[in-house]
Structure formats: structure tokens, C-alpha cells
Design a protein around this ligand. Sequence first.
Ligand code: HEC
Length: 331
Amino acid sequence: MQRRIVAVALFAAALLMMAIAALNATVQAAPPVQELKGDAQRGAYVFAAAAGCGCHITAAGFLAGGQKFDLGPAGVVYSRNITSDPETGIGNWTEAEIVTTIRTGKTPDGETLFPVMPYMTYSGMADQDAYDLAAFIKTAPPIKNETPKDDIKVPIPPFSPPKAPATAPTEGVTRGEYLVKNVSDCSGCHTPTDAQGAPDMTKFLAGAPIEGELSANITPDKETGIGNWTEEQIANLLKTGQRPDGSAVSGLMALVVQGGFSKLTDADRAAIAAYLKTIPAVNNVPKAPAALPSTGGNLYNLPLTLALVSLGGVLLIVGVFVWRSSARRKM
Ligand code: HEC
């Protein structure tokens, strides 16, 4: 009899684990925030800190989208038209709807975006910054440009957005950390991803293949990273695109410096540099593409979900054994 009770307890524990796993895997809507009024002028600054939303700036025009992102076996996505054109852009969206999409990947039409759009990064963007950014985006002149339909062949990783702060840190290393992790998406290009497209946090900012280029190791490792650079030299690269040896960065980094980081205040660039000095040094030389190209994803709880499901499974099996042995004893 006692064994039966143990078995039932195990079943209950297993069910609970599975239920928690299922909840965890469910893509949740953003925690409700008080609706704010965005300030487009401040938003222009957030826009620069967010690297000028460069993926949406294409030959079709400012924020008119249509850039192709080839995800290999995962499919193909295209950056969207985020101008205020009501038909082909997002002219009908409210500021709050833009904020929700930026921070959760859920559009007002009920669609979930593939995390090439770095909503996992932006999910931690402060309420005021997010509303200001949305207000700025709403000022983009309408451009009619129908972007091609996405063709995604894999499930979109589940994501539960964290609770974002009401306002952003204003100075020092915490300000730098906030910009790097939640606004500028340095990690989207500088952190390698695993086979599911999730960032490998043991190699945070240690360099990765991205869109056919290789980003650099920007951890304080002296041999393979930028450990020998001073904070001033790092800040200067973000302003001018020039390395301490006088050479210039090229490709994507040149674009994000030009369209974004060069427009930041010296204080913000210094804060980013100061934060980069505090992260763990990782000895890593980024290597050319793995099977799945980097998607610029961010932490989602796939590992937690898998762990809970396996643990639940084990408990279930143990429960079955205990139940059967108790049944046998009765006979
Ligand atoms: C859109 C992708 C992208 C984003 C976003 C991005 N980078 Fe880069 N970064 C690159 C690439 C690619 C390179 C390599 C450029 C080259 O080889 O010329 C690079 C190079 C650098 C370098 C030069 C390192 C060296 O050893 O030469 C530094 C420093 C750097 N990035 C810092 C940052 C910081 C800090 C951020 C966020 C504030 C950031 N990057 C955001 C793609 C990106």
C-alpha cells in the first residue's frame, strides 16, 4: 500500500514537471506595461543605439525592408517594411503594438516572428526607451514596398519575455551592460549560436560567423580578444570604426558604426567599453559557418524545458516500476 502512495506521489511530481515544462515552453505575451507616450526625438537616439535598425534599411528606402536572411535548413526570412505605409508597412500599428512586437516577436496580426529579429535582446529594453523608439519609427515616411513572404521550415523557439525595467540605467558599467545586452545587440553578431540557434553563453561576445562575415572576439582575452585595448581605444572604434593600429573595420561592423554607434554620446560609448572590460575573457578564434548560420537569437528556455521534460519522464518511469512492484507484492 505504501508503495502505491509513493507511486502516486511520483506520478503527481512527474505531471507537475511536465506542466511546468509546458508552461515554460509556451510563448507568453509581454507582461502588461503601463501605456506610455513615446518621444520621437529621444527615440532617434535609441534608434542609433540599436544600430540604426540596419536590417530594415534597404535599396527600397529607409526602413522599407526586404533584405533576405538565408537561415540554411531553417529557411529564409526577409526584413519587414516598418515605414508608416498602412498597407505594406506598419502604419496602422499603435505605439504599444510596436513595443510589444519589438519585445516579444508577436505582431498585432497574431504572427510570431523568427528571432532573426532580435526581440530576445530588445525584451529587456526599458519601457520608456521602447516607447520612444516606437514613436521615432512612426515618424518614418511611408514607402510602399511589399516584402517577400518568409519561408520558415523549423519551429520558432519558445520565448518568455522577462519583465523589462521602467527606465534604463543612466551611467557607468550598468549603463554599458544595458546597451550591450538589451539595445545594441552586440551579442547578436558577436556570440556564436548552437544548433538550435540559441546563443552559446560560454562564448559570450567571443566572435561568431554572421551573414557570411566573421565578427571578432571582443572579450578581454589578451591573445584572441581585445584585452590589450584600452577603454578609450574601444570607445574610439565605436565612434570612428578605427582599430588602435589605425586599420578600419569593414562590412557589418562598419555599417553599424556609421548608422548607429558613431551617433552615441561619448559617455555611452565609454560605458559600453567599460562594461566590455568586465566580462569573462574567452580564448576563442571565431570560425567560418557551422551548419546553421547565426540568427542573432538570445536566451530562450529550451534547455530548461528539455531538462524538465526529461526529469518528468524519469519520475514517470520510476513511478511505473514502483506501482508494478507494489501490484506484484499483493498477488
Ligand atoms: C550587425 C552585426 C554587428 C553588430 C550589431 C556589432 N558588431 Fe562588432 N563587429 C561585427 C563584425 C562582422 C566585425 C568584424 C569586422 C571586420 O573584420 O572588419 C566586428 C568587429 C568589432 C570590433 C573590432 C574587433 C577587432 O579585434 O578588430 C569591435 C571592438 C566590435 N566589433 C565591437 C562591437 C560592439 C561593442 C558592439 C555593440 C555595441 C558591436 N560590435 C555590434 C559585427 C557586428
